[in-house]
Design a protein around this ligand. Structure first.
Ligand code: FMN
Length: 366
C-alpha cells in the first residue's frame, strides 16, 4: 500500500490545496473508523509490529504515535491504531471555538519533505469536543490505545488570563483523554510562545494542577518550542519541574526556515507560519538531548519533529525520547511510514543487543 499511496494517491492529493487534501484524508479515515470492516481493511494494510514500552504507567504497543494537529477535531480516533499508531493526540483544543487564520494556511515544500502552516488552532472548542467524545464513549467506540489531548490558549483570551483558559479546557476534557499536553509553543497564535516564560508558566501549571483528580490520576505534559535559546529552555524546564510536570514534548514547529532548494520551496518558506518535517529534525533532537541531560532522564520525553524513517526515529530515542510522534512524514509518505519505522526500530534494537526499547532511551548519553 506504500506504493499506491506514493504513485497514485499522493500525486492526486498534491494537485489540490494542502488543507483540502488533509480534510479529505480525515473524512475517509473517520468513515473507515466507523465500521469494523473498514478498520479491518486499514489494519491488515498498515499494522505495525509490537515493540512494547511502558511510559506514564501505561503500556504502549510501540513508541510511535500520531502528533497533534492532524486530528484537530478528534474525528478519526478509531482509525489511529488501524494506521499502525500505538497512541495518538487530538487537538489542539481551546476553551472557545475558533476559526483559525484565513485560508490558505498550510503549504507543502515537496523537495524538502517539509510543511509550513499557520492554521491558528482552528477547532470547535472544548465543549463541542467533549460532546462528541461523550457520544463516542457511550457508544463503545473509544479506541483501545492511549489517547492524549492537546490544549492551547484561546486566541481571544490574553496571556494574563491564560491560566484559567487552560485549566477550564483541561477540566472539560479530563474524562476524555489518558493524558494532556499543554501547548505553549504554537507559533500561530500571537504571543502564545511567551507563555513558556516563568511568570505565565508558573500560574498556568498551578491552575492546571488544581484540576488533577486524586481518584483519577492523569499525566500533564508540556510541549516546547524549538526556537528559544537553550538557556531559555532550561529555565522553562525548571519552572515545569517545580510544578510537578509529568513529561515534555519536543518539539512544536519552528519559525526558522532553511535555505530553499528550489523556487517552489522558496515560495513555501516565504509564507508566515511554523515549519515541520525533515528540516526540523536536528533541532528537535537537540532539545530532546537538552531535556534528557537536565532531568537526568527522569522525566519522560516525547520526541517529535522530522521523524520520517527508522534512522530518525532511532536517533531521537537514543537522544532521550521514550515516545515518538509524527505528522509531516505521514503527508509525504502515506500511512505505511508508521509500520516501516516501527519495524526498523525493532530491527535496530535487536541488532544493537538491547533486550527492550527502554534500554535504548537516552543511550547516547550513557
Ligand atoms: C498542519 C499542522 C497543524 C498542527 N497543529 C498543532 C496543534 O494544534 N498543536 C500542537 O501542539 N502542535 C501542532 N502541530 C505540530 C505537530 O504536532 C508537530 O509538533 C510538528 O509538526 C513536528 O512534527 P513533524 O515534523 O512530524 O510534522 C501542527 C503541525 C502541522 C503540520
Amino acid at each position: 500500500m506504500g506504493l499506491p499511496y506514493r504513485t497514485l494517491i499522493f500525486p492526486l492529493l498534491k494537485g489540490i490545496s494542502s488543507e483540502k487534501s488533509h480534510n479529505i484524508s480525515i473524512n475517509i479515515l473517520s468513515k473507515f473508523g466507523q465500521n469494523s470492516i473498514g478498520k479491518r481493511i486499514l489494519h491488515s494494510t498498515y499494522a505495525s509490529p509490537e515493540e512494547p514500552i511502558e511510559v506514564f504507567d501505561t503500556l504502549f504497543k510501540h513508541p510511535l504515535g500520531l502528533a497533534a494537529g492532524f486530528d484537530k477535531g478528534a474525528d478519526a480516533l478509531s482509525s489511529w491504531s488501524s494506521l499502525g499508531f500505538s497512541w495518538g493526540e487530538y487537538g489542539g483544543i481551546t476553551r472557545f471555538p475558533q476559526e483559525g487564520n484565513p485560508k490558505p494556511r498550510m503549504f507543502r515544500a515537496n523537495k524538502e519533505n517539509a510543511l509550513v502552516n499557520r492554521m491558528g488552532l482552528n477547532n470547535p472548542g472544548a465543549m463541542a469536543i467533549k460532546d462528541k467524545l461523550l457520544i463516542r464513549k457511550s457508544s463503545n467506540n473509544w479506541p483501545n490505545i492511549p489517547v492524549a489531548a492537546n490544549i492551547g490558549r484561546s486566541s481571544k483570551v490574553s496571556n494574563e488570563n491564560s491560566p484559567g483558559d487552560y485549566s477550564e479546557t483541561l477540566k472539560i476534557l479530563w474524562d476524555y483523554a489518558d493524558f494532556f499536553v499543554l501547548n505553549v509553543s504554537s507559533p500561530n497564535t500571537p504571543n502564545l510562545r511567551e507563555l513558556q516564560g516563568q511568570t505565565y508558566l508558573d500560574s498556568i501549571l498551578q491552575e492546571c494542577n488544581k484540576i488533577r483528580k486524586i481518584d483519577n490520576e492523569k499525566k500533564i505534559l508540556l510541549k516546547l518550542s524549538p526556537d528559544r535559546t537553550n538557556d531559555q529552555i532550561l529555565d522553562t524546564l525548571d519552572v515545569a519541574i517545580r510544578n510537578n510536570i509529568d513529561g515534555f514534548v519536543a518539539t512544536n514547529t519552528t519559525v526558522k526556515k532553511p535555505n530553499p532548494v528550489n523556487t517552489q520551496s522558496r515560495r513555501v518558506f516565504s509564507e508566515e507560519g511554523g515549519l515541520s518535517g525533515r528540516p526540523l529534525h536536528n533541532r528537535s533532537k537537540e532539545v530532546i538531548e537538552l531535556i534528557f541531560n537536565h532531568t537526568e532522564g527522569k522525566i519522560p520525553i516525547v520526541g517529535v519533529g522530522g521523524i520520517e524513517s527508522s534512522d530518525t526515529a532511532w536517533s531521537s530515542i537514543i537522544s532521550g525520547a521514550s515516545l515518538l510522534q509524527l505528522y509531516s512524514s505521514l503527508v509525504f509518505q502515506g500511512p505505511s511510514v508508521v509500520s516501516s519505522i516501527v519495524k526498523g526500530i525493532k530491527e535496530k534494537r535487536i541488532e544493537k543487543g538491547f533486550s527492550n526499547i527502554s534500554e535504548a532511551v537516552g543511550y547516547k548519553h550513557k
